[in-house]
Design a protein around this ligand. Sequence first.
Ligand SMILES: [Fe+2]
Ligand SMILES: [Fe+2]
Length: 308
Amino acid sequence: MSDAQPANSFDSQTDKARRWARDNFTADELSALFTEETPRPELPDTLAEAAVQALNTANSKEKARLSLLIAKHWQENGFAEVGTAMPADEPAREAEPELVPPAKVPRRKINRSVAGRTALLHALCHIELHAINLCWDIIARFTAIPMPKGFYDDWVGIAEDEARHHLMLCERLEELGSRYGAMAAHDGLWQAADVTKADLKARLAIVPMVLEARGLDVTPGMIEKLQAAEDFNSSARLDIIYDEEITHVARGKRWFELLCEREGTEPIETWQKLVMKYFRGSVKSPFNIEGRDLANFPIDFYGPIADL
Ligand SMILES: [Fe+2]
Ligand SMILES: [Fe+2]
């Protein structure tokens, strides 16, 4: 972020949060992530094998650090090729957090008490871990479909963002005296991946264009509540996540549209049909139309099937 940012472009609380974020998350020091206790893993020759390696890593921080390493290696053209490697049906995970049905996940008011804020951050931290897994699964599972290099660039870049998001939230949970795994989390998150495992177009229709777009709807309200509780440290982290999630929705939609173009199908109608077929819940309003528009995802897609 530039120092030349006009003073009136954010209200004072957002400005404070953004200043904090700028000071704490500008340097992406990969080398600092690997120490004697957390040694640098060896990488395989191909991107798909590396993606499966990340999926098979059970410890969440290890998975996130490995994801950052794979991303850097890909961006420096370190892999021989995309290659092939088939992921298992479910990514590896540790015994904690305990997985429970969505209704049993602890929900508390977001206020000055630490309990509510840690419950929120824990739920988000779990979603970010799931998002890392989804990226590597998309990369490895569909290599039989010829996709341009830009597709892999995008998904590796998104995995890198999600890994950073997970680590940022792990760090914040620890600052607040908790940790990822300390609370129950819900077990429904992999369902969207499972039902779309044979269809890349359906995977793109659901994961970035339903689930991540939903994140755009709910995150601004969470940021506001954290700011009202004067937890600018947490709100700043969500602020970064929000901005980056806009780009994930945009990139997912771009590749969805490429597949529609290849098949000669109309994207809006195709998306609506796939959502009705594969998405278990409803596409819930109210929508953050402004955020969705920034992701180049217009209401013509989701408006007609809202809350059905
Ligand atoms: Fe994320
Ligand atoms: Fe994302």
